[in-house]
Write a protein that binds this ligand. Structure first.
Ligand code: NAP
Ligand code: ZN
Length: 349
């Protein structure tokens, strides 16, 4: 039997989020049912709620940084059992047969992975509904284990902000001796700083907000550059091996490319919209590269959780009640979050 669920979502781009009652599907043989305890608020949730990417199907219930407890499992589930503390990120299903899925890159499933919200279910075509809700039903492979001893209240943001920054740092072998810069001290950026520092890199925070400089150092940055100060940007030319760019909107990149040293790489994870052009010479001289990165696969997500548990890496969370979400969205837009909102699902649902 499908179960009755309560979530928070919106009917239109210009409407606030409000309580919405809906049904979660009956368990398929490989499904896990999870009572959600915490859900992080990613800027992507806001982009989707406001239809910034023009693909939102309403009503939408966002949320793809999910932590909770297993309440039921389908007969074929072996990976999880009732009572386990588990986590779900941006994906809930994929074909599991193509080269991408079998190599652990479900995010690039040839048939398209099913995202946690605003994505058609592979079997029914019904739009998925995310983690701003009391419970969720997810295919077992897409449910990660929260390592024993981790503080459940602070894990949720790792499932998107954590993996989206860990994955490129890991792919490009950032480690001891790497000179890394992270652009944008928000939800993703602050995890980028923490993870890069935990990997042993020398980390510089590049921010538009001078007041965040002190925080950046507390989070693990060794140096800070205020990007609106041309002198500081000029002085940092060719300084970095790797730049993680988390700016959430379209922006000029020439000034940032100029900070890369020989064979340096900038990975863009924030801006999904069309970007203005850049100068070829900024890539050609100094052999620079620019690329992108989308979250990470499920095995890498589990690896990231284990890494964060082993190295005591946690997001900085401002915990709110579910009914405070609209205010949180406004503050996110005003760049007023230090550094990730996490909804405590036991309050205000
Ligand atoms: P966030 O918390 O709002 O942080 C973004 C930060 O970027 C801000 O705190 C600000 O930092 C800086 N910033 C904002 N506007 C800027 C501008 N116009 N110019 C320069 N810097 C600016 O957002 P988030 O949750 O970290 O998400 C960042 C982006 O990543 C979003 O677009 C989100 O959709 C995307 N995302 C992508 C993936 C993926 O798979 N690639 C996954 C998750 C999220 P300062 O004050 O320090 O300048
Ligand atoms: Zn996200």
């Amino acid at each position: 039997m499908p179960t009755q669920a309560r979530g928070w979502g919106t009917d239109a781009a210009d409407q606030p989020l409000k309580p919405i009652d809906f049904e979660r599907r009956d368990l398929r043989p490989t499904d896990v049912a999870i009572k959600i305890t915490y859900a992080g608020i990613c800027h992507s949730d806001l982009h989707t709620a406001r239809n910034d990417w023009h693909g939102t199907k309403y009503p939408v219930i966002p949320g793809h940084e999910i932590v909770g407890r297993v309440t039921d499992v389908g007969p074929e589930v072996t990976k999880h059992k009732v009572g386990d503390v588990v986590a779900v990120g941006c994906m809930v299903d994929s074909c599991m047969e193509c080269d991408q899925c079998t190599e652990g890159w479900e995010v690039f499933c040839r048939q398209g992975c099913t995202q946690t919200y605003n994505s058609p279910d592979r079997h029914t075509g019904e739009m998925t509904k995310g983690g701003y809700s009391d419970h969720i039903v997810v295919r077992d492979h897409f449910v990660c284990k929260v390592p024993a001893g981790m503080d459940e209240a602070r894990v949720a943001p790792l499932l998107c902000a954590g993996i989206t920054t860990y994955s490129p740092l890991h792919q490009y072998k950032v480690g001891k001796g790497s000179k890394v810069a992270v652009i944008g001290l928000g939800g993703l950026g602050h995890m980028g700083v923490k993870i890069a520092a935990a990997l042993g890199a020398h980390v510089t925070m590049i921010t538009t907000t001078p007041e965040k400089g002190e925080d950046a150092r507390k989070l693990g940055a060794h140096d800070v550059i205020v990007s609106t100060d041309p002198e500081q940007m000029k002085a940092a030319a060719t300084r970095f091996d790797f730049i993680l760019n988390t700016i959430p909107v379209s922006h000029e990149i020439d000034g940032y490319l100029n900070l890369l040293g020989r064979s340096g790489r900038m990975v863009i994870v924030g801006a999904l919209n069309p970007m203005p052009g850049f100068t070829g010479a900024q890539l050609i001289f100094w052999n620079r590269a620019v690329g992108g990165s989308a979250i990470g696969g499920i095995p890498e997500t589990q690896e990231m959780l284990d890494f964060c548990a082993a190295n005591d890496v946690y997001p900085e969370c401002e915990t709110i009640a579910m009914n405070e979400v609209n205010d949180a969205y406004e503050r996110l837009l005003k760049n007023d979050v230090r550094y990730r909102f996490v909804i405590d699902m036991s309050r205000g649902l």
